[in-house]
Design a protein around this ligand. Structure first.
Ligand SMILES: NC(=O)c1ccc[n+]([C@@H]2O[C@H](COP(=O)([O-])OP(=O)(O)OC[C@H]3O[C@@H](n4cnc5c(N)ncnc54)[C@H](OP(=O)(O)O)[C@@H]3O)[C@@H](O)[C@H]2O)c1
Length: 315
């Protein structure tokens, strides 16, 4: 991969896309292609094809998606399904049309069955029933993996599918309802502290265990995968398309997470868990040995990453 290769980051304004953009700029990549959603709706393949008619793409990172937390997911299953299917269909068709040298497809740990043996290995894909609260999102992502596999096998298109664990970072969506657990919680705690609230109510039992990765660590994993040689990939994956988990191995309960965020924000009231709300899968930490063996390791510990995000929000 050369510094002069053209790299299209789809979704560069999002949590992951923005970290990837910053990392590529920092590493001296000179031809980074980005386009705002207002200018190009990636769900519309005809427009995508027209937009890129005279633009060369060497590498593509698919960080555009409809993503969100458990509440947003379960309340908008149709949209999570259709938007993700349409975006990834457009981008994968584009990758084929432009014969992109390598495409990184971003999936999610939600694709794995609800009762997978943990830490979850990539081989668990399609071995059981999915968690109901986000099954449309998960099925859309699985469809993306299967389309990638067809392009890899039938058209020799170089695609790597990464399955990150829950991501957090500076450029997150901090909406209390639609955001993922960390940004939604941070917003709730900051709001409670500002209002001198005596207590704060969080959704679910607090019992589930989760694994979180900072978006800058995930960006590093994406760059590692863009740069890794085909021979190295073949030695690990033989003739199969690489499906690679990206996690940290650090597991934390939602209860402990809430207490950590509460402390970092400086909230001193009571934390109440409202069990009326769903918990989602109890535990879904990933086995990330494959990406570790490719030379990537996470570098940002959760408490340090949370402090950085919270400080950025507070000051
Ligand atoms: N966040 C997580 O916890 C997590 C975990 C595992 C996997 N992932 C995966 O990682 C990828 C990136 O997620 P993220 O958290 O960075 O998501 P995000 O912050 O919501 O960013 C998604 C980006 O996609 C853009 N986008 C959405 N629909 C579009 C459309 N129709 N046309 C053009 N652009 C569109 C958005 O543009 P606007 O900003 O203009 O809306 C946004 O910039 C996704 O594939 C997601 O499934 C995320």
């Amino acid at each position: 991969m050369k510094k002069t290769d053209s790299i299209f980051i789809a979704g560069h304004n999002g949590l992951v896309g923005n970290s990837v953009l910053n990392l590529l700029v920092k590493n001296g990549y000179q031809k980074i292609i980005t386009v705002d959603r207002k200018k190009l709706d990636l769900q519309d393949y005809k427009k995508v094809e027209k937009f890129f008619k005279n633009i060369k793409i060497d590498y593509m990172i698919m960080a555009a998606a409809r993503a969100g937390g458990i509440m947003a997911n379960s309340a908008n299953q149709k949209d999570f399904f259709l938007q993700n299917i349409e975006i990834q269909n457009s981008l994968l068709k584009l990758a084929l049309k432009k014969r992109v040298k390598r495409t990184i497809f971003l999936g999610t740990s939600c694709i794995y069955p609800k009762f997978s043996k943990t830490p979850i290995k990539e081989e668990s894909l399609l071995t059981g029933k999915l968690e109901k609260t986000n099954q449309c999102y998960a099925i859309a992502k699985i469809a993306g993996i299967k389309l990638s596999e067809a392009l890899f096998e039938d058209y020799k298109l170089d695609i790597i599918c990464l399955m990150p664990t829950n991501v957090y970072g500076i450029n997150d969506n901090f909406d209390k309802f639609n955001g993922h657990v960390i940004p939604a919680m941070i917003s709730k705690f900051i709001h409670a502290k500002k209002n001198n609230a005596k207590q704060i109510k969080l959704l679910g039992s607090g019992k589930p265990l989760r694994e979180f990765i900072h978006s800058n660590d995930l960006a590093n994993a994406i760059l590692t995968c863009l740069k890794i040689s085909k021979n190295r990939l073949r030695s690990l994956f033989k003739s199969s398309m690489p499906i690679i988990n990206v996690g940290t191995g650090e597991n934390i309960s939602i209860f402990k997470l809430a207490n950590t965020i509460s402390e970092l924000v400086g909230f001193s009231g009571r934390i109440i868990f409202d069990r009326k709300y769903p918990d989602g899968t109890y535990q879904k930490n990933l086995n990330s040995n494959k990406i570790y063996s490719l030379g990537w390791k996470p570098s940002i510990k959760l408490t340090k990453g949370l402090k950085e995000v919270i400080d950025n929000k507070l000051y």
